[in-house]
Design a protein around this ligand. Sequence first.
Ligand code: PNS
Length: 169
Amino acid sequence: MSPRIAVYPGSFDPIHNGHLDIVSRLGALFDEVVIAVLQNEEKRPLFSVAEREEMIREVVGERSGFRVESFSGLLVDFARQLGARTIVRGLRAVSDFEYEFQMALMNRRLSPEIETVFMMPREEYTYLSSRLVKEVFALGGSLDGLVPAQVLARLRERFVQGTGGAGAR
Ligand code: PNS
């Protein structure tokens, strides 16, 4: 039987505990999971693709079956190259639904053999987004329990350097 490969794509700018909650659920469902960072410099991310990949590797660690890659172009093309039949997206609240629904159906039209699967993070992370992580940090609020220590350290470094920026969830 061929391995069950899933791709978990996103901006991950930066990765937070809601993403990690999904990652921890994926291990039980798939043989291989590729966490795929979108190369989206036009969105003016706070962290470069290389930094985002590095942070994810640091916090996901050496779990077997997981790897981190970046991609540009169509997600379905990248999934096909990987041999992945499943795209995983986190669904936090009804507000996510419309965007996710459009993406899932467009991806299905582009590549009918690839299925999108939605997973819910733990309730305490349903309001969490990378955008809020950056905003709360920039304004001096606590991110206790919301991001891993490695990400907090990177945020400190970045804001001490005096850069800022908008970004995705
Ligand atoms: O974390 P995000 O920013 O919500 O992730 C969005 C992502 C990376 C899943 C989406 O922007 C994407 O798949 N981009 C790749 C380009 C693509 O395939 N576009 C058509 C999808 S309908």
